[in-house]
Design a protein around this ligand. Sequence first.
Ligand SMILES: [Zn+2]
Ligand SMILES: [Zn+2]
Length: 315
Amino acid sequence: MVSRYTGTVAKASAKFCMILLAGGFSLAMPNGVLAQAAQPDGGGVRSGVLPDRWQVSGPNCPVDPKFQIHSYNEDLYILRESGCSNYEKPFLYLLFGKEKVLMLDTGAGKTDVAVVVKGVVDQWLKRNNRESIPLVVAHTHAHGDHIAGDAQLKLLPGATVVGLKPGDVQAFFGFKNWPEEIVQYDLGSRVLDVIPIPGHEASSIAIYDRQTGILFSGDTLYPGRLYVADGDAFARSIQRLVDFTNGKIVAHILGNHIEETWTPYLDYKIGTVYQPDEHELQLGRGNLLELNDALTRMNGKIVRMAMRDFTIWPH
Ligand SMILES: [Zn+2]
Ligand SMILES: [Zn+2]
């Protein structure tokens, strides 16, 4: 198979090797397998790798539970909070642009999240021969399990923490017509689309990263219980996401929790710390269409409904 990309092996580990592509982007792949960007252009997105399984918390918790830090690629980091810190086990995201780094959510309960984030940022700076980069901390929404680290992150030098009220979010990103309007936020050669998705919570946003084709969906769509506080707003938000993604690349839809098991129609009870057979984090646009279809059929009256990979749950 001949690729128009001339790849060179840049880094090899026991499990993965990285191929640097002409555009500077890399593809990671199982050792020894020659992969290429799907023709003609790999979808135009920068690739990355998600773990086969996330580290599970327990069954015996260590004295000092840590975050799992996963590098999707060199400019996107995923932090998973240990269930030993808080059973919600939320995911947090760090997206690096040329001018800013965006942190999405700050976790649940009492953790040392600022120390962990500073460590990741310092490593990135070193690798990029940079002295500093402004840190912008935003939230997928304002629930307590997504904002608990705000106070300590505010103390990091160069950090801006976006407020929690819908008005704060709208003012920061420059929305004039919430929730219909979709605005752009540029991290420096990395444009994000910020999409209002109230319904789970009034200030909920989704973020589409044009560079990776990842849609960050917060608690609005993830493998678990999708708590719906405002049914009308939620249904309109899901339709907004369907319309927005129509014709766009969606590499993954990444939410902030895993509550499903790998077995369809089987989830972990609220409060579960140890989830040895949990569902993968990533969903795809098919799941979004499936959710939209179910909500459309409910026609304004949201009822609890178990689906293969998530449950709709009026709250
Ligand atoms: Zn929530
Ligand atoms: Zn949550």
